[in-house]
Write a protein of this length. Structure first.
Length: 356
């Protein structure tokens, strides 16, 4: 619940943007790392407000990379839709966008079984348009941006990360940091990524960063926009569907109460595993649309996509553990599956829908 001081702070920002006060009585909010509200100004304009959370450096990082995207995103054309940035206020750490009436995010649609192959094809085309944007437009901006958070976290956590972590997250970090096959695989991925031609990437692509309104898909949340390996965005998309499928499988299994209880079930990630077959067409549609829009991709790209997908699954394990007292069976299952995929990416590329 916002304090009067916080609402006044946001209203002051809106006043500077010429929007007037916000109607807090009818606004809605969604869960997430940042505080956010969707609603109307007293004059009736539909807007979305985001108050960024994090340290001063993290907030500066997000604001400046968002600004960088909106300075260059016109290159994506009609294929890359997003919401309009009305303004940002660095001191208040507030961003204001136009609001989309009736929009639902990709994670909600996936949970309802409505993120279908046609929607995935829109996503693939949009990300292809982003990756095809001229990198020269971002080169000078990229040099002026603050650095991304430390990536070498498998060697050890910073004191800030350690003290902010839950007990379950510390258990997960111990599993990751003490597993030599994971550390080696991520090291090889980092080396491979360092040698690729960098393109504009989203940097933190998740299902809830797709907004769908009137059947049209929009990509949002540009706080991690940067020049990077295109496989990162593509792997995140595949990893999101892996996470969605595994969590749904475990939830359905718990509801059914059938069979002998197993605390940490093994996931038979084979071409015939039914839960994955139910979503494989969606991933394949995304990949084929991306390939059609960005032809000439190599087998090495496919391999990196699988590795990033597995890494994303492990990062989801850590996120899920944030509010847990102990790492549960689902967390251990995600760890096992991520580890298996990391160790044999070439085998899993066709299984995941990354067809040649």
């Amino acid at each position: 619940m916002l304090s009067t001081r916080d609402t006044c702070r946001v209203d002051e920002v809106l006043g500077r943007f010429g929007l007037g006060e916000f109607d807090w009585t009818t606004a809605t909010s969604a869960s997430g790392r940042n505080e956010n509200w969707l609603g109307n100004t007293v004059e009736g304009q539909r807007i979305f407000i985001k108050a960024l959370a994090g340290s001063e450096i993290e907030v500066a990082h997000g604001l400046r990379r968002t600004e960088a995207f909106y300075q260059t995103h016109q290159s994506g054309g009609a294929a890359l839709r997003t919401t309009t940035l009305i303004g940002q206020d660095a001191e208040a750490a507030v961003q204001v966008f136009d609001g989309l009436d009736g929009a639902r995010d990709g994670r909600q649609l996936a949970a309802d079984g409505r993120f279908d192959p046609a929607m995935a094809a829109q996503a693939g085309t949009a990300i292809a348009a982003l990756h095809a944007s001229p990198p020269d437009d971002l080169l000078e901006i990229e040099r002026s941006l603050p650095p991304l958070p430390q990536q070498d976290i498998l060697a050890g956590l910073s004191p800030e990360m350690f003290y902010a972590a839950s007990r379950a997250q510390l258990e997960a970090w111990r599993l990751l940091q003490q597993d030599h096959s994971i550390v080696n695989s991520i090291g090889l991925l980092e080396n491979a990524t360092a040698g690729v031609v960098k393109v504009p990437v989203h940097g933190d692509l998740c299902l809830d960063q797709f907004l769908i309104a009137d059947g049209r898909l929009h990509v949002i949340d540009w706080e991690a926009f940067q020049l990077g390996d295109p496989a990162r965005d593509l792997g995140n998309f595949v990893g999101e569907w892996l996470h969605h499928t595994v969590v749904k499988f475990l939830a359905d299994r718990a509801k059914s109460g059938s069979g002998r209880p197993v605390q940490v079930p093994n996931i038979p990630m084979t071409p015939s595993w039914r839960p994955w077959l139910a979503v494989r067409g969606t991933v394949e549609s995304f990949w084929l649309a991306y390939r059609d829009a960005c032809p000439g991709r190599t087998a090495d790209l496919t391999r990196r996509i699988v590795l990033f997908a597995a890494w994303h699954l492990l990062m989801r394990m850590l996120t899920d553990a944030m509010f847990q007292p102990r790492l549960d069976g689902a967390g251990h299952t995600l760890f096992r599956l991520g580890r298996v995929v990391l160790r044999d990416p070439d085998r899993f590329a066709p299984v995941l829908g990354l067809t040649a």
